[in-house]
Design a protein around this ligand. Sequence first.
Ligand code: GRF
Length: 217
Amino acid sequence: MAKLKVAVLISGRGSNMGSLARATMDPDFPAEIVLVLSNRPHSPGLELAQEHGIDIRVIDHKEFADREAHEAAMTQALEEAGTELVCLAGYMRILEEGFVNEWRGRLINIHPSLLPSFRGVDTHERALERGVRVHGCSVHFVTAELDAGPIIAQAAVPVAPDDTPETLSERVLEAEHNLYPHALALIASGKIRWSGDSAVADSDVTEHDVAVFPNPL
Ligand code: GRF
């Protein structure tokens, strides 16, 4: 079966992009990365993508008059690469409604919290401030409302009494690196899709496919 053509949007380190790239090296993985696109010319993730032999593009937002023009250029680059699904992986700009609607149902993101808790930035700091015992990450479809689109899959991690935002973020990041390729495989194989306003799963998708429970500390 033809592999789903995926583009990954990054702004920085690109470790989630790296985990997706590693997963796609498996010949049986149902998706391939056709492009890594960054809005920042010096994202370390660009070099990592090149090490994997993936085409890269920089579309620097600073070179455009406004967000719409920047995102129209991104859509053009994505289309030129034959993109069928866009994965946001540490893309640090809020996307305009036009772009989100253009890619509706074909645009997913990984967020470092168990949504709908802790939308936005500084999730680990805020989770510790609130004293949550369980934290984690979510892969979701992107809608115009920030971090509020239909949830595809989630992984939970325990919070240790002596956690700092750094130690907690490391634990969550490890969970992200497992969850994102897994969620992408579910989408690419058509087992989960956008329908109406929700993420609909085939009947053979079990809770183990979409929910990763915390390992004890
Ligand atoms: C990750 O924590 C991701 O969930 C969030 O931004 C971070 C990006 O890290 N959206 P990386 O660039 O993938 O290493």
